[in-house]
Each structure stands twice: as C-alpha cells, then as structure tokens.
Design a protein around this ligand. Structure first.
Ligand SMILES: [Zn+2]
Ligand SMILES: [Zn+2]
Length: 215
C-alpha cells in the first residue's frame, strides 16, 4: 500500500510529499520546492530508498529544489506535462520574482501525458492532465489508497490561481469538474498548499467548484 508524509518546504509552505510503497520501501519525492536537507532527513527517518522525483507543475515553489536533489541523490525527474516546460525554462526569472535564491535549472527525464501511469514500488499512480493553473499541470492518483496529489489545481475551500502567463480559469474549472472530482467523494487529496481534504467535501463546500453551482 502507498504511504505518505507531507513535508512543508520554502517560505510558501509548499506541501512537498514523500510517497513510498510499504512492501518494497521504494519512494518518490513529489514537488521538491526546496529545503532538500529537510526532505532527505525524512527519507532517512522512514528508512526508504528514493527512486524518483515527480513534479506536478513548473512553478518555483514546487520545483526549486529539483536540481539540488538530483545532484545529491541522482534521481530521474518525471513530469510535469510538456506544456509546463516553459515554466521550468523560466526558473531564473521565477526565483527572482518569488524571492528565492538563484537555483540551478534542470531538464526532466520524462514528461507525462494524460493517462500515463507511474510506479512507486508496487503502487501505481494514474496521471491526469489538469491544465488551468498552468497549462502542463498534472495530478497523481493512487486508486488503492484512495489518495490524490493535486498540486495547485485544488485546495481545501479554494482553487489554483489562473492569473499567471498561460493560465486559464475555464480550463481549470473544467479539469476539476470532469477529471478530478469524479475520482470519488471518499478520495483524500494533498494540495500544493494547506490542509488535506476529500473530493466529497469540496463537492459540498468549495465556493468555486461545489455541485450546487453546476446543477
Ligand atoms: Zn503553482
Ligand atoms: Zn504552489
């Protein structure tokens, strides 16, 4: 079964997540925005073996520590979707705009498409392309654990910003309504920032995407 530990990183308190398979002890880091020493301390504490880095989208607070983690642990970088490569290429400008120290760039080893599957040990993650916050945003879903990692697509009580270059509000609402929420009311999700919730809770209470607005 898939296990997880949320590790808030950077001054944006971005939810970096350590995922691991409790059968093989193989692990993935999702969205290493920074604070690599803190992430590696959790890896050591859990006694798991890092195999890969997974990225939901190309924003600095989610990818800023990627090159450093690759340098320290030589891991393949998987994701996001090709439409977010322009954000990765803009890392120097993002660092300046968002108040980060300059960080090294990187090139993902594998970009993801809607319908792809990624393995963490014996656990399988479904990849769903959910554009809107960024054009190449993907989310990861593990059916067995009823767990999703949704990055900045959806938050408890809110949704991702769409006022960045190539953001699109209609695309984001469409992705949430047609791809994310239908995964099931009982599915728990880890957002890019803030507390966890369930898709059922957001269907009932989220002011942007609740069912009552889309009767
Ligand atoms: Zn973002
Ligand atoms: Zn973010």
């Amino acid at each position: 079964m898939l296990q997880f530990q949320i590790i808030p990183v950077t001054h944006y308190q971005q939810n970096c997540t350590l995922l691991w398979c409790d059968e093989t002890r193989e692990a993935a880091v999702v969205d290493p925005g920074g604070d690599i020493a803190r992430i590696l301390a959790v890896v050591a504490e859990k006694g798991v073996t890092l195999r890969q880095i997974l990225l939901t989208h190309g924003h600095m607070d989610h990818i800023g520590g990627t090159a450093e983690l690759v340098a320290q642990a030589s891991l393949p970088v998987i994701g996001p979707h090709a439409d977010d490569v322009f954000w990765i290429d803009l890392l120097p400008q993002q660092a300046q705009m968002m108040g980060f120290k300059p960080v090294a760039g990187f090139v993902p080893d594998q970009l993801l498409n809607h319908g792809d599957k990624v393995k963490v040990g014996n656990a399988e993650l479904d990849v769903l392309h959910c554009p809107g916050h960024t054009p190449g945003h993907v989310i990861f879903y593990n059916r067995a654990a009823q767990l999703a990692l949704v990055g900045d697509v959806l938050f408890k009580g809110s949704i991702g910003r769409t006022d960045f270059p190539r953001g699109n509000h209609a695309d984001l609402i469409n992705a949430i309504r047609t791809r994310v929420l239908p995964l099931g009311d009982d599915v728990r999700f880890i957002p890019g920032h803030g507390p966890m919730s369930t898709f059922g809770n957001e269907r009932r209470t989220n002011p942007f995407v609740a069912d009552k607005h889309y009767g």
